[in-house]
Design a protein around this ligand. Structure first.
Ligand code: GLV
Ligand code: MN
Ligand code: MN
Length: 413
């Protein structure tokens, strides 16, 4: 069988990425919009299934829809590769999808080169939290990092408020078997996820490959402030209970605390809900999200604790009440030095520039790490832009990553 060159791999990766950026794989042409249990997501899983079956992989889905493709019978040890193919709600073409397409390319190369490598490709369900507001949902289920009551009650669809459980059933899955999702990691001897960097370290340092040594941990939470809805024109300034002021004070305090904490700590208010959200009405209620992260658990968790107190204090001082509810948290996750070393040797052998680095973004690999030795490979994305349609990355870098991953796995087996 003809062996594909690196340029040939790049052309294939580019073709696949562009194909999946069109209808019927996204519900919008302005951004990639592909969420769990939607027809676009189904079409994408079906597309990967067809491509993988063509090279002899057996493809299945776990009871909730994480896709698993193997070139060995289930239960036989294999090396895991993959990422996620759902998108951010304002997504680009590359976040997650380039990782699954590159994993597919690794499988194609191994097949063409008749390497007889035992491989398992995984595309995790709902990494972005776009459907249910819960990031890394599929891999947290696989890792047993959720409770049944979360799936039945707590996790609700952003669009219609129905439970995850109901949506999974409506899509033909079996949520009552969620504990069996753990089998996705059975028999994995290692795991490598390829992803765009989502920052600009590689671009600014002139490197084509990042070898991740650790992934930042995070806390996700919501603050709800209860004020008193009233007329915007007729209510004097000293007779108001306006919850947007608590939002404003908390946003500034979050910036101050994250800067003060340093050590890579970052904090973001990404969702703001103002109820009733009318130009001529004082809000009765405000909800805002908190995304607080960093490579050092004590630093960013301290900020999360302090900001909860700051929001409550700001609300009380203004005669209101604020509630802080944590959505989820994952600790900072070190990568396996054995796999990192194999990737470094494989990268060095290509003669292309690479560096070790940490990941500021979260990845399913954090959950795989509970049971399997893991590592990640990054490729640059233009100006570091991600979670935005302007996201851009070079398929030639992904082809280089595929070659490095293939060489590293070969050296590890
Ligand atoms: C993943 O999408 C993240 O926000 O880190
Ligand atoms: Mn991603
Ligand atoms: Mn993402």
């Amino acid at each position: 069988m003809a062996v594909t060159t690196r340029d040939g791999s790049a052309a294939r990766i580019e073709r696949d990425i562009e194909h999946l950026a069109t209808a019927p794989y996204t519900r919008s042409s302005e951004a990639i919009r592909r969420y769990a249990y939607t027809p676009e997501y189904r079409n994408t899983l079906d597309w990967f299934t067809r491509e993988l079956e063509q090279i002899g992989f057996t493809v299945s889905e776990d009871p909730l829809g994480t896709l698993v493709a193997r070139n060995r019978p289930s239960g036989v040890p294999a090396f895991g590769i993959g990422s996620h193919c759902d998108s951010n709600r304002n997504g680009g073409k590359y976040d997650g999808t380039m990782g699954v397409v590159t994993a597919l390319e690794v499988c194609r190369l191994a097949h063409e080169q008749e390497l007889d490598l035992p491989l398992q490709l995984v595309s995790f369900l709902e990494e972005e939290g776009s459907g249910f507001g819960q990031m890394l949902l599929g891999s947290r289920i696989v890792a047993g990092r959720i409770d049944e009551s979360d799936l039945r009650e707590r996790f609700r669809a952003i669009d219609d408020g129905r439970s995850f459980w109901e949506h999974a059933e409506a899509a033909g899955y079996e949520p009552s078997r969620w504990r069996e999702c753990a089998a996705v990691l059975d028999g994995l001897t290692g795991w490598i996820e390829m992803h765009i960097e989502q920052a600009r370290v590689l671009q600014d340092t002139g490197n084509r490959i990042g070898i991740v040594t650790a992934i930042a941990g995070y806390v996700h939470a919501d603050v709800v402030v209860h004020g008193r809805g009233d007329h915007a024109g007729a209510t004097p300034m000293d007779l108001r209970l306006d919850p947007t002021l608590v939002l404003a004070e908390t946003a500034l305090e979050l910036e101050r605390l994250a800067r003060e904490a340093g050590r890579g700590t970052v904090g973001t208010i990404g969702e703001v809900e103002v109820d009733p959200g009318l130009i001529n009405a004082i809000a009765s209620r405000v909800r805002f999200s908190l995304d607080i992260r960093g490579p050092e658990d004590d630093a960013y968790r301290d900020v999360a604790g302090k900001i909860a107190t700051a929001a409550a204090t700001s609300a009380e001082a203004r005669g209101m009440h604020a509630e802080y509810v944590e959505r989820q948290r994952l600790p900072a996750t070190p990568m396996d030095e054995g796999i990192v070393g194999a990737l470094e040797r494989a990268a060095a052998a290509t003669g292309e520039p690479y560096r070790r680095m940490h990941s500021g973004a979260a990845h399913d690999t954090m959950c795989v790490a509970d049971r399997v030795p893991v590592a990640m490979v990054f490729v640059p994305c233009v100006d570091g832009i991600s979670h935005h349609p302007a996201e851009d990355a070079d398929p030639a870098d992904a082809a280089l990553a595929a070659e490095i991953i293939l060489a590293a796995i070969t050296s590890l087996l």
